[in-house]
Design a protein around this ligand. Structure first.
Ligand code: PEP
Length: 268
């Protein structure tokens, strides 16, 4: 089986402006251009939709991906405020988040809608990143694995092997998002293993190839330990992705994982 290439994605959420985005992207290009051209990892940013063009212009040809934080499940028409997958294609978006807990909570997105968005992205050739995660209450009641695996299975059921392998899952415990609390590497690994097992129920062949990212207060300081776990294939990073130094450290941790998998080319 080919190794799963580490994936580190930033989620800018509703932050940034033209000037700050430029500073952030140029800082990262300066710190990580070499690492990105090596091709051992994949990395990118889910930017607010109005800045997709800016990101596309700035990041094209650099090895970084740019993507969106949400999309519509509808092709086009009278859907005020929504963004279609064709529009994402127009800006050459490499990926799009779906089902982020902030959207599940604020916009009451259901597993069914999330599944429909995911299918629309696959049809458009834009990599979906399915976000799942449990609340603190669910974790404390011992329901975390069940809740998370149910979310995964509900969104992905019916997909074919060749579709499943194109998407990534991001496990983001809600209690760890933006709180500074991170799941321990052991707890995160246990959940990732459970998710991979659930994916195996859907499709044994795809499960071993699918990337499962961890998200929830990932920083440079904790990323190496998290990314060293066998089922943690990278990270989805919120707050720390707005800081060049932090994100650079996270990209380096992803590269260390890539090296441990034999994906980093050694210069002779
Ligand atoms: C996120 O919301 O995707 C996230 C992981 O945020 P943070 O890293 O800030 O916890």
């Amino acid at each position: 089986m080919t190794a799963r290439k580490p994936l580190a994605l930033g989620n800018w959420k509703m932050n940034g402006d033209m000037v700050a985005n430029e500073q952030l992207m140029s800082g990262l290009l300066e710190s990580s251009a070499l690492l990105m051209t090596g091709g051992a990892i994949q990395a990118g940013f889910a930017v607010p939709a109005p800045y997709l063009f800016q990101a596309a212009v700035r990041l094209k040809g650099t090895g970084f991906l740019w993507g969106a934080q949400d999309c519509s499940d509808q092709a086009n028409g009278a859907y005020t405020g929504e963004i279609s997958t064709a529009m994402l294609q127009d800006f050459e978006a490499g990926f799009c988040l779906v089902g982020h807990s902030e959207r599940r909570a604020r916009h009451h997105e259901t597993d069914q809608q999330i599944g429909a968005k995911l299918k629309a992205l696959l049809a458009a050739g834009v990599m979906p990143v399915l976000c799942v995660g449990e609340s603190l209450e669910q974790r404390e009641s011992g329901l975390a694995v069940q809740v998370v695996c149910d979310q995964v299975l509900a969104a992905l059921k019916g997909l074919k092997t060749e579709e499943l392998v194109q998407l990534a899952v991001a496990y983001e415990p809600i209690w760890a998002i933006g709180t500074g609390k991170t799941a321990s590497a052991a707890d995160a690994q246990a959940m990732h293993a459970a998710i991979r097992q659930a994916l195996g129920q859907l499709d044994a062949k795809a499960a071993g190839q699918m990337r499962i990212l961890y998200g929830g207060s990932v920083k440079a300081a904790n990323s190496a330990e998290l990314f060293a776990q066998p089922d943690i294939d990278g990270g989805l990073v919120g707050g720390a992705s707005l800081d060049v130094k932090e994100m650079t450290g996270i990209l380096q941790a992803a590269n260390t994982r890539a090296a441990s998998l034999g994906l980093v080319q050694q210069n002779s």
